[in-house]
Design a binder for this molecule. Sequence first.
Ligand code: FMN
Length: 228
Amino acid sequence: MDLDLAALDRNARYKLLSALIVPRPIALVTTLGPEGVVNAAPYSFFNLFSQDPALVVLGIERREGPVQKDTGRNIEATGELVVNLVDEDLAEQMNICAIDFPPEVSEIAIAGLCLAPSRVVRPPRIAQAPAALECRRFVTLLPGGGRELVVAEILAVHVGDGLVDPTTLKIDLERFRPVGRLFGNLYCRTRERFELRRKNYQEWLAERGEGEAEGERSKVGASTFTLR
Ligand SMILES: Cc1cc2nc3c(=O)[nH]c(=O)nc-3n(C[C@H](O)[C@H](O)[C@H](O)COP(=O)(O)O)c2cc1C
């Protein structure tokens, strides 16, 4: 079935695309309001886009009116945000933070969250989050339709105790349990995993037996092999 995106209105596009492009990680974003109120809200139009510079992108919709969401307004005014990652333990609190509280109300106490100071930006991080990324706005794109695409640079990273090996930087997947957003009220856990070993071209040739033709020796069909 072919679907004509141009014929779909904004809501239909959201319904279709946000259910197809899944799972999405969830950024529980903390920002500072004009009076110093700490705002927290989840955003799943979010991902990592590069490591040097380390850039994440957030897609922030306007409310009806159109009225800017608190997160968008605070980032515009201060240029700073913390992306707190969401795991299974934080999912319920994250959902409370999605309620459209007015700007002067902080979601933090209502959701039972605790704050910890950030190292390089002013908005604090959420102490319960498995990891927090201190970010500064890099650029904001306004592609139309009231959406803001905030590209932000990660300046500092905090990872919960025991989740990362400080020498190898390997994350302990038994302890790190991020959740993903599916569509609407549906979420997924990330506990079921499988491994696909990535090959380079020489390995791929060798497995097909073509490495020999190029003067390379290979052990075809085995799960491990040597190229000489
Ligand atoms: C899991 C989840 C993901 C969400 N992702 C987005 C998103 O990517 N963009 C958006 O505009 N709103 C998103 N929302 C809705 C906002 O969190 C909601 O509008 C919130 O009230 C915004 O708060 P703020 O005004 O304090 O920024 C999401 C809600 C949930 C529960």
